[in-house]
Design a protein. Structure first.
Length: 445
């Protein structure tokens, strides 16, 4: 009897997949209702009666905190206080956007581990789809395999055709049998799975499988080109999900993610190597608005500046103007979230081959002083939280150079990137910084 019940549960879950995306292809307008209020599919009966209208805004998740014009960390401190007091039922979300310092995941992985050790472990959250990001930026807490014909594009350049969502990547698959595998490396697995599909007129079909149980064929086709988020609330925990293409047309994915229900903290890192602040403008702003409204982050961290600092013509005023514009746009997209700037890490380049003279011939990137001054200025003017990487790298080129030979070694030989130990040390210092206001605000709700 138990095996029969388990088989029925698996069949019910997989039928949810089939009904869910099949309905997204119905663009006839004959049976149009609002998006499912809770934002996730919880039963076959509920799903069968649902007729999605993807043009409607996604219903916002109820949160018990608000942004403060005078205290940028107020949403985070309030949300963490609710977790500590057992009043929260959903994870608190921290999202970091950035360049290679974020893409490497060492920093955000350590920050996640620290938060989850104190407030509850609920998984990794959203990430770039499949193996879209380079292999050396593998996402944490999961193993990802990509087989067959897949082509990735990122929001790094404005000229690259979009759309791009919160992860900043788009992955197009073609050809029968092309597969993506996401496997949780956590013993507790996941009971929430999200998949962001791009519905389009030429969209092809695919199948989903959970722990080896394959569901029906789904088609990502519709009259209008749009993002179709598919959030799944699963009846029990799983370890593996597979996306396999049928081969009747392209299937474009904008992101996916796994987590567990319950209270805790999610820390998501969305970084792209070589990115500058402009990359946020290359993302589809309506998709970004929908993502940030469906689950408002308690804190959004902006970690840019290294790639801008290579420009010798960059001035403090010019970068401050760009940063102010982007921050204000983000405030409009996420009015309930706190925003933090990470001051660009110390970074240097060497002219010539001789390691002689002051700091062994290393000199700061030409635009670094202007970038860091603009970041501090905008943080004050826009009332943003601020944390400076100089707490780890020392604040001078000579201190930076010394860390390439320290034990443990904290900076790589390129004098641009930190080692895994360096990123982890930075995350630990930032966590201490964030916990000071959290402790002070522990009685606030």
């Amino acid at each position: 009897m138990n095996s029969i019940a388990a088989a029925r549960r698996r069949r019910d879950v997989l039928s949810q997949f089939g009904l869910g995306l099949a309905l997204t292809a119905c663009d006839t307008g004959e049976m149009r209702q609002g998006a499912q209020p809770a934002g996730a599919f919880r039963s076959v009966g509920e799903l069968a009666a649902w007729r999605p209208d993807w043009s409607l805004p996604v219903a916002a998740e109820t949160v018990g905190w608000t942004a403060s014009p005078s205290e940028p960390l107020a949403p985070l401190t309030q949300a963490l206080a609710q977790l500590a007091q057992g009043q929260a039922r959903q994870p608190v979300l921290v999202v970091q956007f950035g360049d290679s310092h974020t893409a490497a995941h060492f920093f955000t992985s350590r920050l996640r581990a620290l938060f989850q050790a104190r407030y509850g472990a609920v998984g990794p959250g959203r990430m770039s789809p499949g193996g879209a990001a380079p292999s050396y930026t593998r996402p944490p807490l999961v193993q990802v395999e990509q087989q067959g014909n897949w082509q990735a594009a990122s929001a790094l350049r404005a000229a690259t055709p979009g759309p791009f969502g919160v992860a900043g990547w788009r992955l197009r698959g073609q050809g029968a049998g092309s597969r993506l595998v996401l496997r949780s490396t956590e013993a507790d697995g996941f009971d929430r799975f999200t998949l962001d599909v791009l519905v389009q007129p030429e969209g092809g079909s695919f199948r989903l499988a959970l722990d080896g149980e394959t569901g029906p064929q789904l088609r990502a086709a519709g009259g209008l080109r749009r993002r179709a988020p598919i959030p799944m609330e699963l009846p029990h925990r799983y370890r593996e999900v597979v996306v396999e293409l049928v081969g009747d047309g392209p299937v474009d994915l904008l992101g996916w993610g796994v987590e567990r229900r319950g209270a805790g903290v999610l820390v998501e890192g969305h970084g792209i190597n070589g990115a500058t602040l402009d990359m946020l403008g290359n993302m589809d702003q309506e998709i970004l608005r929908g993502d940030l409204a469906a689950r408002p982050p308690a804190l959004i961290i902006l970690a840019y500046g290294t790639n801008e600092a290579v420009d010798p013509a960059l001035t403090e005023d010019a970068y401050a103007a760009m940063l102010t514009e982007r921050v204000r746009a983000l405030k409009r997209l996420a009015p309930r979230s706190g925003i933090m700037l990470l001051g660009a890490p110390d970074s240097a380049r060497r002219y010539g081959r001789l390691l002689t003279g002051a700091c062994r011939g290393w000199h700061p990137l030409p635009g670094l002083a202007a970038v860091k001054a603009a970041q501090r200025r905008v943080a004050r003017a826009e009332r943003l939280a601020y944390w400076d990487w100089a707490e780890i790298t020392g604040g001078t080129t000579c201190a930076l150079d010394a860390l390439t030979r320290a034990s443990p070694r904290l900076v790589q030989d390129d004098h641009l990137h930190l080692t895994a130990d360096g990123y982890r040390a930075g995350a630990e210092r930032l966590f201490q910084h964030l916990m000071r206001p959290a402790t002070l605000g522990a009685t606030q709700t």
